[in-house]
Design a protein around this ligand. Structure first.
Ligand SMILES: CC(C)(COP(=O)(O)OP(=O)(O)OC[C@H]1O[C@@H](n2cnc3c(N)ncnc32)[C@H](O)[C@@H]1OP(=O)(O)O)[C@@H](O)C(=O)NCCC(=O)NCCS
Length: 157
């Protein structure tokens, strides 16, 4: 196995376009249109109060996590994905833990996220790291695709 490193994408980094390009390709492959940020990724990332971590492995992007902190009270994990050929090797968990740490540094009380209940791997991972289901949001992704809203409170760790 090659050497793996989790990197925070910097706004002014010279490899910005390459990394975002790779991520957009992965987005298109993994997520259906209504769940994908492929068309708006660059724009999302340029927003203030958001960040992106990616796992660099064998010279490529193996996975990524996006997070944001719209206020001092709460933060969100807005994306988490690992390329199919790199799954079940601990990368998703490492990325999620790193994103949680980034959110905690903002001293937020709650980290929340939305997940399609059918995404059982993601649901299991979120629960493993202490996230709890808050509510079911009907029609969150599209008219027939719901989401669980999940949360992790800072005092619950
Ligand atoms: C969810 C996802 C990021 C997990 O990434 P990963 O690198 O394969 O996960 P890890 O190897 O770090 O696994 C960590 C834990 O997640 C859970 N998990 C991961 N894959 C699982 C699977 N296929 N079935 C059940 N549990 C799974 C397990 O609890 C696992 O811990 P364990 O190894 O001690 O059993 C990956 O499956 C993915 O990209 N899925 C498609 C995109 C997606 O659903 N994103 C979330 C959108 S909200």
């Amino acid at each position: 196995m090659g050497s793996e490193v989790i990197v925070e994408l910097q706004r002014n980094s010279i490899n910005w376009a390459n990394v975002v390009g790779e991520i957009v390709k992965i987005e298109r492959k993994i997520f259906p249109k209504h769940e994908s940020l492929a068309r708006s990724f660059d724009e999302e990332l340029r927003k203030k109060n958001s960040g992106l971590l990616y796992t660099e492995l064998n010279g490529e992007v193996a996975g990524y996590a996006m997070y944001s902190w719209p206020s001092s009270l709460c933060a969100s994990i807005t994306k988490l994905a690992v390329k199919e050929n790199y799954r079940r090797q601990g990368h998703g968990e490492a990325l999620l833990k790193a994103a949680i740490e980034k959110c905690k540094k903002r001293k937020v009380q709650r980290i929340s996220l939305h997940v399609d209940p059918l995404r059982s791997a993601a649901m299991t991972l979120y629960k493993k790291l202490g996230f709890q289901v808050d509510s079911l949001v009907e029609g969150y992704y599209s008219s027939d695709r719901n989401a669980y809203r999940m949360y992790l409170d800072s005092e619950s760790d």
